[in-house]
Design a protein around this ligand. Structure first.
Ligand code: MIG
Length: 749
């Protein structure tokens, strides 16, 4: 090996016989590793990382017997003569490294003969063919390592011993634990070690596979069908450090409009104006706080994007205006597929300007989605994104407040898109195979930037398909779940891992999308949903309706109780988004993120935290009225009874249908609003501080909740000091926005 390093630079180039490895130090804790095989020029442009993230960092390179070693203040990377890389923490302790020959013994890889495949295939058992992989790496795992992240995956919290695939997939069958892929591809994993933690972001949009110790508990593998091995290694003391670095690279969720944290009601579909108006009336009648109704595909004329059904929504502006005066906002769905129809302006203009994907011969590529034959905008190009963004005027001018992007994997009814359909990566021709996993990403970017130009408000975009970094543009939901208890259970690890992968603003369809809900399942789902960042009830056409008032008085009372609780806790949620901006930490957190050194949290799938002060242990089993709750070390208060409980073990909590076990950390200050039917200006009239015994400091953030004035300093930041003896001090750290009319302090005894 020969290496090149210039004193003062942050890049070290190492030449081996068959390849070059570039080590580019981004900051003390992050290094980019790019492997170029002979003949490869440079890696793909990053879709996830925008702008220059490199910080000036002092590095040192030392020659060693077997190679070289790079040092920063927070990590060491050794490159050995044989091409292996070893990653160590600041003291030189090994975190992980490329596998040494011979370390593979004990592999559980199970290769079948063609004959065996044909045999078991007769009953329909699936047999996967080993893919040809251009990119492959095997890295060591220790016995006690736990693995988290990977974006939106099914199954349990700790991904150790599982295998997942990155290929944005719309599979309408119920999402089982053995699904390898869902709608989003976030090729980022974190490993929690007995001492310290590390993360790796494999920045490659091609189809890839993470085998996380399934093949062999001693190592994990990463394969990608194409592209090059280009990844970011992050070292830290804890998972929170890694999340901070990863979101520092790929971006964080911008501060949302406050109302988007309220309750959303959806259904595929509210079919006409009368139905939508009635829905809003019912919210009032049944005293359900609600800020938003979602219009699914049937508001359009023949499913043509950016149109309104003349028959069913003849006066959208009037309808939305009237609803707006009642405090209700409208979000409309926008799919990528543009109906192939002469005379339809979006189609005609796009064809004329060559904005749609083509086949390899240059002919317009046509597949089928809701409108029938449809074409696919080429969102990888800036010009197409701008054009698409401008189309939203047709919706915004009618008063629409947010956009819901669906089907952007992209989905297709007439077979999958062939690999070679031509999509661009900005000005460079590329193909579906390479651009597939970023299709939804670029569509969200187009929508976000379009809304930002048309309106002064913080754009509200919801998307189904994503790549790493999409969190900068869009909120996410987990797609088509089902009204099944297994799916309610899965929502917790699924949302927690999404949160740890940058997607702080995420939710599941409350009540379940497909299949028929029961009243008990719906209530238990509200008890989880009201604590997830995106709180939306949504269900599929043909399934049992699941609006809150359809299950009798007692059930309505319980659902109302939890929606109201959400409205009370709004300032807490908003503060968590402020914190996310600063640190990258998610709103909904698995206990392992807050208590990583407590082994009991490593595989805890049925509890979570909201921020660091609220612990939620919902019932996710049918018929259960007691819950086994794990409380980590420390003092806790039962939110409902205010009973004091010492943590450090399991307790059995009473959990009749109207109780979701909820605990507050000693010393916490919970900011609350009085309950109201929707968010509006009156949000600044009164703040309630619920103060728990114990010492603690809490930061509370306040601004107008709608536009970007906070960037110019129009916000307040308060430091609230809980002395522990009933004394509360509130200091203003920053003053730039109007003050609360009234602040009420409630001391919990
Ligand atoms: O395949 O627009 O995930 O939320 O209601 C169905 C209709 C297409 C899938 C979305 C779902 C939405 C539905 N869409």
């Amino acid at each position: 090996m020969i290496y090149y390093f210039e004193e003062g630079s942050q890049e070290c180039r190492i030449e081996f016989q068959d390849r070059t490895i570039l080590l580019t130090v981004i900051n003390e804790a992050v290094c980019r590793i790019t492997t170029l095989n002979k003949g490869e020029q440079k890696p793909q442009r990053s879709a996830a990382i925008e702008g220059d993230k490199q910080k000036q960092t002092a590095i040192r390179i030392q020659k060693e017997e077997t190679g070289i070693r790079l040092f920063t203040d927070k990590m060491q990377i050794a490159a050995e003569e044989d091409g292996r890389l070893l990653f160590c923490n600041r003291t030189g302790r090994l975190l992980t490294g490329y596998l040494r020959a011979g370390e593979e013994s004990g592999s559980r890889e199970n290769e079948l003969t063609e004959q065996q495949k044909a045999f078991i295939g007769r009953e329909g058992h699936e047999t996967a063919d080993a893919a040809e992989n251009a990119v492959s790496v095997k890295m060591t795992l220790d016995e006690s390592d736990c693995i988290y992240g990977l974006g939106d995956k099914t199954g349990v919290l700790n991904k150790r011993e599982y295998e997942y695939e990155m290929w944005n997939t719309d599979n309408p069958a119920p999402h089982e634990d053995n699904f390898k892929a869902l709608y989003k591809s976030v090729p980022f994993m974190m490993v929690l070690k007995e001492q310290g933690a590390y993360g790796i972001f494999f920045d490659n949009t091609e189809k890839s596979v993470f085998n996380l110790g399934k093949e062999n508990t001693k190592y994990f593998t990463y394969h990608a069908v194409d592209g090059c091995l280009d990844y970011y290694f992050m070292a830290g003391d804890d998972l929170s450090d890694i999340i901070g670095e990863y979101t520092g690279l790929t971006g964080r969720v911008p501060l949302p409009m406050l109302w988007t944290l309220g309750y959303h009601q959806s259904r595929w579909s509210y079919m006409n104006e009368a139905e939508v108006r009635e829905l809003a009336e019912n919210m009032k009648k049944y005293e359900i706080p609600c800020d938003c109704i979602h219009l699914d595909i049937d508001y359009m004329e023949q499913y043509k994007v950016f149109t309104w059904s003349r028959e069913n929504f003849s006066e959208p502006e009037k309808m939305i205006g009237d609803l707006g005066r009642q405090g209700m906002k409208i979000v409309t769905i926008v799919d990528p597929g543009v109906k192939k129809e002469e005379g339809y302006s979006v189609f005609e203009e796009g064809v004329e300007k060559k904005y749609f994907a083509t086949d390899a011969q240059g002919n317009l590529y046509v597949n089928e989605v809701w409108p029938g034959d449809a074409v696919y905008p080429d969102f990888g190009r800036a010009e197409v994104r701008e054009w698409w963004g401008r189309q939203h005027e047709a919706l915004l001018e009618k008063g629409v407040s947010g956009i819901w992007n669906d089907m952007n994997e992209p989905a297709s009814f007439n077979g999958p898109l062939p690999d070679d359909v031509v999509f661009y990566d900005e000005e460079t021709p590329s193909c579906h195979k390479t651009m597939h996993n970023v299709y939804g990403h670029y569509m969200s970017k187009a929508t976000y930037e379009g809304l930002q130009k048309l309106d002064n408000k913080r754009p509200f975009v919801i998307t189904r398909a994503c790549y790493s970094g999409t969190q900068k543009y869009a909120v996410v939901w987990t797609g088509d779940n089902n009204s099944l208890w297994t799916h309610l259970r899965m929502a917790i690890p699924q949302l927690c891992n999404l949160g740890m992968s940058g997607f702080a603003f995420a939710g599941t369809d409350v009540g379940g999308f497909g299949s028929d809900v029961t009243s008990e399942l719906l209530i238990r789902w509200y008890q989880v949903g009201c604590f997830s960042a995106l709180f939306r009830n949504h269900s599929a056409m043909g399934t049992r309706r699941q609006e809150p008032w359809l299950f009798g008085d007692e059930n309505l009372r319980i659902i109302r109780k939890y929606i109201r609780l959400r409205y009370e806790l709004l300032p807490y949620f908003y503060d968590l988004f402020y914190e996310h901006q600063k640190t990258g930490l998610p709103v909904m957190r698995p206990l392992v993120l807050e208590y990583s050194r407590d082994k009991n949290t490593h595989n805890l799938n049925d509890e979570f935290m909201v921020g660091s002060n609220l612990l939620v242990s919902p019932v996710v089993e049918q018929g259960q009225v007691k819950k086994l709750v794990y409380l980590p070390e420390g003092t806790w208060y039962d939110y409902w009874t205010k009973e004091r409980i010492e943590g450090g073990g399991w307790i059995v909590a009473d959990a009749p249908l109207d109780i979701c076990p909820l605990y507050v950390k000693a010393g916490a200050v919970l900011p609350k609003y009085p309950v109201r039917s929707h968010i509006d200006e009156s949000k600044d009239e009164k703040l309630i501080l619920e103060v728990y015994p114990g010492e603690g400091t809490y930061y509370h953030y306040q601004d107008n909740g709608t536009d970007f004035a906070y960037e110019k300093g129009e916000y307040n930041l308060y430091r609230i000091i809980n002395s522990g003896n009933g004394d509360v001090k509130m200091e203003t750290e920053h003053q730039g926005y109007r003050e609360y009319g009234d602040i009420e302090i409630i001391s919990v005894k």
